[in-house]
Ligand binder design. Structure first.
Ligand code: PXP
Length: 246
């Protein structure tokens, strides 16, 4: 079964809009857990625009499923990660002005630093994943720098303007999954996925985890986060069973 990682940054974004204490992403993580989340994801950004250090520290103590920390390669965040030791780190590119993570990491252009970081994280028992575009060179470079897993950026697929474009981009993701598996990487996927566009991903890609944030948190405003997570879990299950059927 494909696992569901729930990104609760978006809850912290609402809290930071008022610089107050609510809604608390730590509570959201607990409720997402009750709804069946297999992984809880947060991104500690250098500018701390949403998730705060306190959120990460508390989640490290209270999340009993896997905690996946998204982060850039800056030294102060690396130091925090090595102290906190989340179950998994997903390295992502980070730009100050972006609304959300825009593109995948360029692994090819920073092999030395990524090799060094991956080695340090793995020495501390942290599982390392790299968020990349579905591009063969980036996939092979991810293996070369020692990552155990990649997360394929599904943003282009999510933003497809037509059914045809959508199936072409899905095919591109599918080819990327095959390349990654052939070089020994585990594969996750995420970004821009919703209750409408996740089904084909589940049916066609041979992946381990889906990482979904905005759509689940948006639905949570109306139905609560536990229910929103459960609905996404049910959707994944339904499409996974379709995939298994002869
Ligand atoms: N994966 C990564 C690496 C991300 O940066 C994000 C956005 O926070 C997600 C997945 C989830 O994307 P979305 O919020 O669009 O579901």
């Amino acid at each position: 079964m494909i696992k569901l990682g729930v990104n609760v940054d978006h809850v912290a974004t609402i809290r930071q809009a008022r610089m107050t204490y609510e809604p608390d992403p730590v509570t959201a993580a607990g409720l997402a857990d009750l709804g069946g989340a297999d992984v809880i994801t947060i991104h500690l950004r250098e500018d701390r625009r949403h998730v705060q250090d306190r959120d990460l520290e508390l989640m490290c103590e209270t999340v009993f499923t896997k905690l996946n920390l998204e982060m850039a390669t800056s030294q102060d965040i690396v130091d925090i990660a090595l102290k906190i030791k989340p179950g998994q780190i997903t390295l992502v590119p980070e730009k100050r002005q972006e609304i959300t993570t825009e593109g995948g990491l360029s692994v090819t252009s920073q092999k030395k630093i990524l090799t060094n970081l991956t080695e340090r994280f793995k020495d501390h028992g942290i599982y390392v994943s790299l968020f990349i575009d579905p591009d063969e060179r980036q996939i092979v470079a991810s293996r070369d720098v020692g990552a155990q897993s990649i997360e394929l950026h599904t943003g282009s697929y999510a933003n497809a303007k037509s059914d045809q474009q959508s199936s072409e981009l899905l095919e591109k993701l599918n080819e990327a999954v095959t390349i990654a598996r052939n070089v020994g990487l585990r594969v996750n996927a995420g970004h821009g996925l919703t209750y409408k566009n996740t089904g084909p991903i589940v049916e066609q890609l041979d992946i381990e985890e889906l990482h979904i944030g905005h759509s689940i948190v948006s639905r949570a405003i109306f139905v609560g986060i536990e229910a929103a997570v459960r609905e996404m879990k049910d959707l994944i299950y339904k499409h996974y069973m379709i995939k298994q059927s002869p």
